[in-house]
Design a protein around this ligand. Structure first.
Ligand code: PLP
Length: 402
């Protein structure tokens, strides 16, 4: 992998302006399709996998995933329109809080597979749209239930007060509204209570809670609904990239749980983002300067958190490796430019804020000006969550490897 990235860096330098320090996102589409294909092949028979496109909506990423996954999840009207434009044949589902009427109209117009309804207000707006247009729509009710003592992760969307989904106490009233509606087809329930899940057993316990709750409601309210959406949230271990959530084993255990809970006739739908695309992306900054300041080394790269906010957003030191560069940035220098040998160094970008740190005090064997800092696992919630306009720096190059 390091070799392929290193060759790609050489290619980008020779193609572009060789004198310009490199700053780029590199996406490995072959590894992306391999990941998605492996995930699909491990799924139990009655399960589906949708891609939550907010993790990375690059057109090339969508094109690579389109033939493999069961569909795409959109979290806004913008995403809905973009997904439909890029891959019009792929089934769509639409969720997220604070949907505009125009966004709901678009979803109805496109005839999406399901709209995940978050509140009674939203349900009412949807009904009005259907009445006005003479259309019907499929909905899932997004529910925020108690976690009942299950371990949580560092990012939870439910099990506590949040703006996401219905409180269980509202369910009876919501079902009444739907029962009297000619245009709203209730297809089932939607849960997405946790993200950053690294613990396979804990995630399986969460699935067990969803299954039990789903069955309980179906019994209690005499519902015959075909679909249970269990969200996404499978995590990536940025602190220890060797620790990988074992999706294959998770699916094998899930299959047993489905049998035990007699849910083989219910369609169970995942909508994962991070776990699908994180590993296919690399963010590369060429080192512009090396400094020693109050006893610590700093390497200033071409780029920063305005392109790659992931480590700042998650407060972690992002994993990286060093590719040795040409000495072109120190050619013609009047003195020997600083180099680091077997030292700890903090990797920063070009922003005028002490928060522009991608990794703190990381040991490196050698680092020189002109070398490349290659941040791995930069394919999800990276470029598209970054505050790109801050300081008006140029955007990174984007390169897609097949
Ligand atoms: C963001 C989101 C997802 C995807 O989450 P990941 O942690 O990237 O898998 C799935 N469902 C909903 C409702 C979301 O908001």
């Amino acid at each position: 992998m390091k070799d392929r990235i290193s060759k790609t860096i050489d290619f980008l330098k020779s193609e572009g302006a060789p004198q310009t320090p490199l700053c780029a996102y590199i996406y490995d589409l072959a590894s992306l399709t391999q990941r998605a294909a492996e995930m699909m092949s491990a799924l139990p028979e009655n399960c589906e996998l949708y891609y939550a496109s907010k993790a990375n909506p690059e057109a090339q990423v969508l094109a690579a995933l389109a033939p493999l996954v069961d569909g795409f999840e959109a979290a806004s009207g913008g995403e809905l329109a973009w997904l439909n434009e890029c891959q019009p044949q792929v089934p769509l589902i639409f969720g997220g809080p604070g949907k505009l009427c125009t966004e709901l109209e678009l979803a109805v117009e496109l005839g999406v597979e399901a709209i995940h309804v978050e509140s009674l207000t939203e349900l009412d707006r949807l009904q009005q749209i259907c009445a006005r247009t003479g259309k019907t729509c499929n909905v899932l009710l997004r529910m925020n239930i108690s976690l009942q003592g299950l371990p949580s992760t560092k990012l939870t969307m439910g099990g506590k007060p949040t703006p996401f989904g219905f409180d269980e106490s509202e369910l009876a009233a919501v079902l009444q509204v739907i029962e009297h509606s000619a245009s709203i087809n209730l297809q089932g329930f939607h849960f997405h209570l946790m993200s950053h899940q690294l613990d396979r057993k804990a995630h399986l316990a969460l699935m067990a809670l969803y299954f039990k709750t789903f069955k309980y409601w179906c019994d209690l309210y005499q519902l015959q609904v075909p679909l249970l959406n269990v969200g996404g949230g499978i995590g990536i271990n940025y602190a220890d990239p060797e620790q990988v959530f074992d999706w294959r084993l998770f699916c094998a255990e899930l299959a047993k749980l489905i049998t035990a809970e007699r849910l083989a006739d219910t369609k169970i739908r995942f909508e994962c983002g991070r776990y699908i695309t994180a590993d296919c992306g690399y963010y590369v900054m060429q080192v512009l300067d090396i400094k020693h300041n109050h006893g610590q080394y700093f390497a200033v790269g071409h780029g920063g958190t305005h392109h790659f906010r992931t480590p700042a957003a998650q407060s972690h030191d992002h994993p990286f490796f060093v590719c040795r560069g040409q000495a072109e940035l120190s050619n013609n220098a009047y003195f020997a430019y600083p180099e680091i040998k077997q030292q700890a160094v903090t990797l920063v970008g070009q922003l005028c804020t002490p928060k522009d740190v991608l990794a703190s005090q990381q040991y490196v064997e050698e680092l020189a000006i002109g070398d490349y800092l290659v941040f791995t696992q930069a394919g999800a919630y990276a470029w598209n969550i970054s505050h790109q306009n801050f300081l008006m720096h140029a955007p990174p190059l984007k390169h897609f490897m097949n």
